[in-house]
Design a protein around this ligand. Structure first.
Ligand code: 13P
Length: 375
């Protein structure tokens, strides 16, 4: 039986039991307080459920306000309400009962209002599916791939922004293949300096001149194999913004760090050391990609819950410095993301898309990942 069906069956069973209880309590078979107690318990459960559901959809700042109203109003509002509910000559227990009922009634009322206000609020953040081709494809293959993405793009919601990041060598040709479509172009890296005697380097201005809008920065492969540090990344960020590009800044922990429970600290440091140096204006033009190193190219994906947990944390770390603007930052998940798991991961509130490696090398799979957006 599907979980939805079992939930429905359980709901019907509870309703029937509840009605039976109400009938029996109104006769002499059961004392009337049992019905009240069960009613109270169900009300409290509904209150808790609504609170948790709404809490998950709110941004950190809104959460604080919701908790304030959820506790302050029932606490103070229940005083006059319980006076009104309780009879004049009420006993001590009747007064306690009236006070608890008032707290529950007000709490539930506020929770319902909050729930309905926030239930269908569209998430205004950009939905992005970006392909990091890494060191794959020859120019002709890259052009074919880009053409395949353009050809199938119409089958995916126009609300999804597709970005392809080929190797430097075929940026110009891929730019040509993307012309006339809304699929955007990104590079996988750029130099830390503006120009000059830096043999083998490619400046952000050169990438911009080829039609790139994005640059991936701080990918774990660059941190790991090319010794990229926060110091270098700060300089690269400067170049990226100076040339009107948008960085896709990657963060993520390795397996040892995850197993030692240090993933939150690692990601926080990667953000504090680089993103915290941006101006408020620059911050508005930033994409973050969370890529756990243990999930990259391993076939091992973070669960949707693991992704949501750390994405929400990343947003909190961003909000600590940039306030409400953090609610607008697109945070992508990367690491063995494929058509079969994208929808579940993208359904999470703080996951705004994916940075795709292997699966971005087949237009069909890349596009199918874009179809994973239901929100
Ligand atoms: P895979 O999707 O191949 O695991 O790679 C993820 C990645 O590193 C994207 O930048």
């Amino acid at each position: 039986m599907s979980s939805e069906r079992s939930l429905r069956t359980a709901g019907i069973a509870v309703s029937i039991a509840f009605l039976a209880l109400a009938v029996l309590s109104s006769t002499d078979v059961l004392p009337p307080w049992i019905f009240r107690a069960v009613l109270f318990l169900l009300g409290a459960l509904l209150w808790g459920w609504l609170l948790i559901r709404t809490y998950r959809t709110l941004q950190p700042r809104q959460r604080g306000w919701m908790l304030f109203w959820q506790y302050a109003l029932p606490l103070f509002g229940s005083l006059p309400l319980s006076e009104w509910i309780a009879p004049q000559d009420a006993t001590r227990w009747e007064r306690i009962d009236a006070r608890l009922t008032a707290v529950l009634a007000i709490g539930l009322f506020i929770a319902i209002i909050y729930y309905f206000i926030h239930k269908n609020k569209p998430n205004m953040r950009k939905k992005i599916v970006a392909g990091n081709w890494k060191m794959n494809t020859l120019p002709a293959e890259g052009v074919e791939l880009a053409k395949g993405v353009v050809a199938g793009r119409g089958e995916v919601c126009s609300c999804v922004n597709f970005i392809v990041c080929p190797p430097f060598t075929h940026l110009a040709q891929v730019a040509e293949a993307l012309k006339g479509s809304d699929v955007e172009l990104g590079a996988q890296n750029c130099a830390a300096e503006a120009k000059g005697a830096y043999t083998g380097e490619i400046a952000a201005s050169m990438i911009a001149a080829l039609g790139c809008k994005y640059v991936i920065l701080g990918h774990s492969e660059r941190r790991q194999y090319y010794g990229e540090t926060s110091e270098t990344l700060n300089k690269k960020m400067e170049q990226v913004y100076a040339n009107g590009l948008t960085p896709i800044y990657c963060v993520g922990e390795n397996l040892d760090e995850r197993e030692a429970g240090k993933h939150f600290d690692v990601v926080k440091a990667q953000i504090e050391e680089v993103v915290y140096n941006l101006s408020e204006e620059q911050f508005k033009n930033l994409v973050i990609a969370y890529e756990p190193v243990w999930a990259i190219g391993t076939g091992k994906t973070a669960t949707a819950e693991q992704a949501q947990e750390i994405h929400a944390y990343i947003r909190e770390v961003l909000a600590a410095k940039f306030g409400a603007a953090a609610a607008e930052t697109a945070i992508l998940y990367g690491g063995s993301c494929k058509p079969s798991n994208a929808a579940e991961i993208f359904a999470k509130e703080d996951v705004d898309g994916g940075l795709i490696g292997g699966a971005a090398l087949k237009a069909e799979d890349f596009l199918a990942i874009g179809k994973g957006f239901a929100k």
